[in-house]
Design a protein around this ligand. Structure first.
Ligand SMILES: NC(=O)c1ccc[n+]([C@@H]2O[C@H](COP(=O)([O-])OP(=O)(O)OC[C@H]3O[C@@H](n4cnc5c(N)ncnc54)[C@H](O)[C@@H]3O)[C@@H](O)[C@H]2O)c1
Length: 340
């Protein structure tokens, strides 16, 4: 049984809490959040109302025998908290992006190595059912070669973070890092490191609120756009469109059916996905699908239970993805084609 200390109980902390409640081999033993008892309402929404809440990690760590620190804090706090957890002998699951700088990311992977602990980063799209299906079709070659792939992630202006940290560039780096890294990370997982990136973006006082990148992947044409500068109540959409020699696979989180396959002259056909996608929870009045969040944490806990090194979405993987996004941001700033 993995004993978890959940650090940060805002949007993602409550989502992780909901998942741990569903896992038979994990239990949340403590919550750490600087808001203290104010997080009780969130804890009630994910069924963790009995769990003690601490306002600092050191006090919580001294109270119990925890095997895992799950970090759902603003990104600028990931490095110091992860290093503290490794020093306390814990494995770490850290929300994405791993950090704001390569120096911080490397310090985290080194910290894990030196402590002999595992570090996994929450790049949940690697576990998201529709994206898993895209990878399966590419890897199997069943629809021929991938000719082009366009990915997108769009949202209204984020007004939901506690203390508004996502709109402070020095804490978050804008949509270019916080939102768009999901697609960059998945592309690296799918196709390897791109040999080049060429990006354009929109920068405002909150940072890079929009970025569009063309990736160098040989003959396959690959683009991705991430933007959260849409009107505040626009909502959220993630999508991709993959064109193969024999078929097109299209995903749009706002469409019903969301995933379709179109082969030859036939009309689009919905693609059936594993039932797990339907698991959902209510956090702060919003319904959150647990699909990829459930799968990634179930995977992490399962690997820890079996004593096997985590192989998906490791600290090293997340560091590579950060490197590519930072190159994209530099390309957007300079107008240059860059090799990440
Ligand atoms: N995987 C995803 O799909 C996804 C989605 C959203 C956010 N995230 C990531 O998750 C992380 C957290 O984002 P969020 O949306 O949950 O933010 P949030 O603002 O909703 O929650 C952050 C929580 O951390 C607490 N906190 C802040 N400073 C603290 C400190 N010094 N000590 C203890 N607690 C502190 C806040 O009180 C708050 O409860 C970020 O890295 C973000 O990029 C991932």
């Amino acid at each position: 049984m993995q004993r978890i200390v959940l650090i940060g109980c805002g949007f993602m902390g409550a989502t992780h809490g909901s998942v741990y409640r569903l896992l038979p081999n994990a239990m949340v033993g403590a919550v750490v959040d600087s808001r203290g008892e104010a997080v009780r309402a969130s804890l009630r929404s994910c069924g963790l109302e009995e769990v003690p809440v601490f306002t600092d990690f050191a006090t919580a760590a001294a109270q119990g025998d925890f095997s895992v620190a799950d970090i759902c804090l603003p990104t600028d706090l990931h490095r110091s908290t992860a290093l503290q957890a490794f020093e306390s002998g814990m494995h770490v699951f850290c929300e994405k992006p791993i950090a704001l700088t390569m120096e911080d990311a490397r310090a985290m992977t080194a910290g894990a190595r030196e402590a002999g602990r595992q570090l996994m980063v929450g790049h949940c799209i690697r576990f998201w059912p529709e994206y898993v299906e895209l990878k399966r079709i590419i890897d199997s070659g069943e629809q021929g070669r991938l000719l082009s792939l366009s990915m997108g992630r769009h949202a209204g202006r984020p007004g939901y973070s506690i203390g508004d940290w996502v709109n402070q560039p020095e804490r978050c780096l804008g949509a270019a890092l916080d939102l768009h890294i999901h697609d960059t990370d998945f592309l690296v997982h799918l196709l390897g490191l791109p040999h080049s990136v060429t990006s354009r973006g929109i920068r405002d006082k909150t940072g890079w609120s929009s970025i569009t990148t063309q990736y160098g992947y040989g003959e396959t044409v690959v683009t991705a756009e991430g933007a959260w500068n849409y009107p505040e109540r626009w909502g959220f959409q993630m999508r991709f469109s993959a064109l193969f020699e024999h078929a097109a696979l299209d995903f749009d989180s706002r469409a019903q059916p969301s995933l379709t396959l179109t082969i030859g002259s036939m009309p689009p056909v919905p693609v059936d996905l594993p039932q797990i996608e339907c698991l959902s929870v209510e956090t702060g009045g919003n319904i959150t699908l647990l699909g990829g969040y459930y799968q990634e944490l179930a995977y992490f806990v399962d690997y820890l239970e079996r004593g096997v090194p985590v192989a998906m979405s490791t600290g090293e993987h997340a560091t590579e993805s950060l490197r590519v996004v930072l190159a994209e941001i530099e390309s957007a700033a300079t107008g240059k084609l860059l090799n990440p």
